[in-house]
Design a protein around this ligand. Sequence first.
Ligand SMILES: Cc1ncc(COP(=O)(O)O)c(C=O)c1O
Length: 382
Amino acid sequence: MQFRTRAIHVGNERCPQTGAVVPPIHLASTYVQPGAGDWGEFDYSRSGNPTRKALETTLADLEGGCGALAFASGMAATHCVIGSLKSGDHVVAGSDIYGGTYRLLHKVTNRAGICVTLADSTDLEKFAAAFTPATKLAWIESPGNPRMTITDIAACAEVAHARGALLGVDSTFASPALTRPLELGADIVMHSATKYIGGHSDLLGGALVVRDQQLRDELYFVQNATGAVMGPLEAFLCSRGLKTLELRVREQCRTAQQLAEWLAAHPQVERVLYPGLPTHPGHAIAAKQMEGGFGAMMSFVVRGDYSQAKRFVESTELFQLAVSLGAVESLIEQPASMSHASYDAADRAKHGIVDGLVRISVGLEAMEDLRDDLAAAFDAIG
Ligand SMILES: Cc1ncc(COP(=O)(O)O)c(C=O)c1O
């Protein structure tokens, strides 16, 4: 069956008692046991919950994994992976990663003796050179946040595996509708389900999907031991979001492509970072590993200084000034002062997160309205 059919049917079996087409939301925290020490399928909702399980079943299927785990947030999912490492282990992380992941690696998990090196994952030589004998995990994003760099996932998997490390991919920007990293050789795919999977800016959630049962069991052990699981209401909303994921993302990509082309020709724009533009250095790889579109996230550099970009993001109406992404509403932000403020200033400069950079998440509004909104903001800053 095709992706969109599976997104609607796998994991969403009708209720056997009532015939309800939409499975009920199971809010119970605990479950009656058949006997003492006889656990049955569910015993306590941190360890397993039917509504969460339904979502995990759909996600595992859509990503081509053997299992999925749903978390309270994207960061909780990433933390579970890092939390499965031990003191002395080393992580190689791509240099175009979400600010919160940077913070987790540099300011939290480093306290437990897990060290990290940032490396440009678009440059395989530099990426490979960052590995040490202690490297257990490589962590990349494609498209990267906020510079929309494209990393060759299959090539990075080879580099990591040749050095005895796992490859984890934060695939939040692509969503399973566009890229399926496990099919390209990755071991773990992570999503901030807050974004495209939920799709409506009304929940926080995260997910991991893996190919290997043993890895799934190890991660499940950490998840259950630490407890940052997704709640049943959020799981229900994610399951509902997945049913329209492909349609939403395809349409959002179409609008994003048109806006990127318009922005690229705009005199007040220095450059546009969007993998759908042939001028983007990662365009060819993106065309190979993204299916049906180049994503609905893009960044561009507004001519002028920090305050010009700040005034620009404060001047749009339809594009709402907010972090987050992937929803039906279009959002705009300035990475240097918002999503990537948790980077040290020196690392921001080193990794090209310039002050004039503006990031947009293209929603489902009409392209013409979004374009007019950006045009009015350019007029406003002169
Ligand atoms: C690429 C990426 N990864 C991870 C996260 C963290 O997800 P959450 O906010 O659900 O914890 C975000 C949030 O913005 C993100 O953009």
